[in-house]
Design a binder for this molecule. Structure first.
Ligand code: SF4
Length: 64
């Protein structure tokens, strides 16, 4: 799995960081997503898929 985030689309809602905290964080300044693990381990995959679905602006792309 590989993750691509588009920070231009991110509105800082935080769904990703709540859903997969090991993989996504947010910038202190404005809440924009920070991708901690572009290629997360298998145990994180389900949470990452969920985070991508929950992102209100579709800023998270998952390549399987
Ligand atoms: S869920 Fe989407 S819009 Fe919200 S912080 Fe994460 S990437 Fe940004």
């Amino acid at each position: 799995m590989r993750i691509i985030v588009d920070t231009e689309w991110c509105t800082g809602s935080g769904q990703c960081a709540l859903t997969a905290a090991d993989v996504f964080d947010q910038r202190d300044e404005d809440g924009t997503v920070v991708l901690l693990q572009p290629e997360p381990p298998a145990e994180a995959h389900e949470a990452v898929r969920q985070a991508a679905l929950l992102c209100p602006t579709r800023a998270i792309q998952v390549v399987e």
